[in-house]
Design a protein around this ligand. Structure first.
Ligand code: GDP
Ligand code: ZN
Length: 439
């Protein structure tokens, strides 16, 4: 097993450059570089570091952690040097000169931690999520995933208990029907939790990619004004980035810690020439399809017909999961609005004065919370779904033996979540390639 090292502290120059070394050569390397035999475990000490020519490399702090109680499970040493490019380059060169010591690949420290049973796959993925997190919501989701493996173990224990009870029912059951009902109730409880976790996982994925909010309505209905109002509350983090097409501008805001891309899209039936209309339809359709939330903006100056066609565009072109809010804008004009369909949320605004915009924002917050619900634990939804299917079958069946077989299959799925199951090296390569060097 080779010993690996990496600069773990990020871009130089910085105040301190932290080098991490992991593997059997950690202590010999530390001893040789410091010209010092005795290193008390876990005690950070001041030392000078020398190259093979006995010339000084730097003055530094260093610490030695004996395995297996370390992050990687191996012997580890850490060096805190001055954070200059020249020092770091010199030090890396000196480390490479040792036999069996080489620079670490991306995520290799974490990979060793995983292989040495220090981290579950869920925890590794959680760490990956944490490193990539940009918002508060994503950060919390990452910790949820790091803890997810622990919850999977608890669920597995509960299912095993139910299974044990069922075996007793099969062998010696007296009030079989009653006892079966009780077991089904217990499974249902677990099933509910798993379904909650599936929603949370999907929500976390959505939060990670960010939500698309499309403002849709005829030209002049007030979309840009509303967009400005929504962006205004958030001015510090608003970043206008050019949209994919000339006629749209994407504004990014955070709603409940979720990054949301707001797009202003004019209704599609208002262009004069056929060719432009077709292109307009194509673009609008693509945007509506990709929208998580569609804010339909209507104003009382539009014809009834306009309003109807805008709404039917939305119903025709939106994807099944996207949510719709209707905004009745320009309430200040005191004109009547066409009827809105029942069951759709409606908010009234006077966008040039910010009137009603708080209410709109609140409605958006509620929808965002609904689309990206949080959970204390996150587990891979793909495996959870299979597990949930099995448990659903087990709750529905009337035979204890069949129920057992479904629960056993569910247990296998959960086993993959806790132990990593049959994780191929390819899957690991994929995960760890996203990590930084030094992680
Ligand atoms: P868009 O084409 O849908 O983006 O609409 P704009 O936001 O550009 O607004 C079109 C015009 O309507 C502008 O002159 C706005 O000042 C005006 N406007 C927007 N909202 C309101 C409102 O609530 N009341 C009134 N009276 N005018 C508004
Ligand atoms: Zn506009």
């Amino acid at each position: 097993m080779s010993t690996i090292f990496a600069l773990s502290s990020g871009t130089l120059p910085s105040a301190i450059a932290i080098f991490r070394v992991s593997g059997p050569q950690s202590l010999p390397v530390l001893r040789q570089l410091s010209r010092r035999k005795v290193w008390t475990p876990k005690m950070m000490e001041y030392t000078r570091l020398y190259d093979s020519q006995h010339k000084i490399i730097d003055e530094a702090m260093a610490v030695y952690f004996p395995g297996p109680k370390t992050f990687t499970g191996e012997d580890t040493a850490e060096f805190f040097l001055h954070g200059s490019q020249a020092v770091a380059t010199k030090f890396a060169t000196c480390l490479s000169e040792f036999e069996n010591v080489r620079e670490a690949r991306r995520g290799e420290f974490t990979r060793r931690a995983f292989h040495n049973g220090k981290m579950s796959l869920s925890a590794v993925r959680g760490l990956d999520r944490l490193i990539r997190s940009r918002t508060e919501k994503e950060r919390r989701a990452a910790f949820g995933q790091m803890r997810g493996g622990v919850r999977a173990i608890e669920i597995r224990k509960k299912l095993k208990e139910i299974l044990a009870k069922l075996f007793v029912i099969i062998d010696f059951g007296e009030h079989v029907e009653l006892e079966l009902k009780e077991a089904q109730r217990d499974v249902s409880e677990i099933l509910h939790e798993i379904q909650r976790m599936i929603r949370a996982w999907d929500g976390a994925e959505r939060a990670h990619r960010g939500l698309n909010i499309v403002l849709y309505g005829r030209p002049n209905s007030g979309k840009s004004s509303i967009l400005n109002q929504l962006a205004h509350d958030d001015v510090a983090i608003v970043s206008p980035i050019p949209g994919t097409t000339r006629d749209s501008l994407v504004t990014e805001v955070q709603i409940n810690g979720v990054r949301c891309r707001l797009t202003d899209t004019a209704g599609i039936r208002h262009h004069s020439s056929d060719i432009i209309e077709q292109e307009g339809i194509r673009r609008a359709k693509a945007r509506l399809e990709a929208a998580d939330i569609i804010v339909v903006v209507v104003d009382p100056e539009s014809e009834n017909q306009d309003f109807k066609s805008i709404l039917s565009d939305v119903t025709e072109m939106k994807n099944a999961e996207s949510k719709v809010i209707i905004v009745k804008n320009k309430t200040d004009l005191g004109l009547p609005y066409p009827d809105t369909p029942r069951g759709v949320q409606v908010v009234s605004t006077f966008a040039t004065s910010s009137h009603g915009c708080d209410e709109l924002r609140k409605s958006l917050e509620d929808i965002v919370e609904d689309l990206c619900p949080e959970a204390n634990f996150l587990l891979d939804a793909q495996l959870l779904r299979r597990c949930s299917n099995e448990l659903t079958c087990s709750v529905l069946c009337q035979d204890a033996a069949i129920m057992c077989s479904h629960i056993e299959t569910a247990l296998d799925q959960i086993g993959e979540l806790t132990e990593g199951g049959i994780v191929t090296e390819n899957v690991l390569d994929d995960i760890f390639s996203r990590f930084c060097i030094g992680k």
